[in-house]
Design a protein around this ligand. Sequence first.
Ligand SMILES: [Ca+2]
Ligand SMILES: [Ca+2]
Length: 318
Amino acid sequence: MIRFALLSRTRTAVALAVTGLVCAVFAGPAGAASDQRRATGADRQSAAATRALVDPEFFDDFNYTYYTDTLLTQRGWTLKSGQAGPGVPGATYKPANITFATELGNKVMVLRSVSNGTAAGTEHSEIYQERKFLKGTYAARVYFRDTPIFGPDGDHIVQTFFTYSPLSFPMDPNYSELDFEYLPNGGWGIPSSALLATSWETYQESPWQAVSVTTQANGSYVGWRDLVITVDNTNIKYYVDGQLFATHSEPYLPESLMDIRFNQWLIDLTGVTSGKTRAYEEKIDYVYYAKDQVLTPAQVQTTVAAYRSAGVTFEDTV
Ligand SMILES: [Ca+2]
Ligand SMILES: [Ca+2]
């Protein structure tokens, strides 16, 4: 895990610089922050039919009390702990940095990162699910934040929603990873805020080589965002707030079972010169996966609304 984590930081940074496979760069988010969609009666009626179609599926509304809630591990979640990557070498992943708050009329998960400008004083957060996901539809509602909760601003923070399988050997073609990464203060040579969607075929550490493709949109994505990734036999499609953000295809289609991850971490310590402590937060309302079914973002919203109207905060039939 530690080895992967350290590699992940390096390869991501280098991939952007070396492979340079940015297939689209466009202006920042269109329109205002996304509305919180609410299902109508008709939505709920159609939701039952939709849900019958998409089983097996995974849904977690993150209705937990604390990071030590035993339900988290019972339901397949791992909270990364200790010195690990990705991010600043020597920084620490702390499960206690993952908390749960009431917002949007329900519980949301909060990932906090803290830094005082030193590696020893830098804390990251990460949570990941079991490895059992491949083709189908992945979705999460995520809050991207541009400024610290407190303290000086400017760190090269990465706020993510991604899927991942370990690399078995260098350039293993079965390696699989699909990333949403938001950089509120830039990083990896990007001067300001940007949202990245990256699909990986494979990589090797030494000498560095990566086969990946990134779609980059410059601009602020602050606020709640509905993120969807669909994977079928032809395409990987990334959607933000219902709008198609990126389409990637072979050789980037995933071949191996992946886990689902959320993390927040600092790329480096060059963004802020101050030694004052600062903290950043990414929030996640829910995560959803439908196995082997490509759903539209609207169908995802309908399905989530159906779970909520039924009072279901967790389901796993994958
Ligand atoms: Ca929730
Ligand atoms: Ca691959």
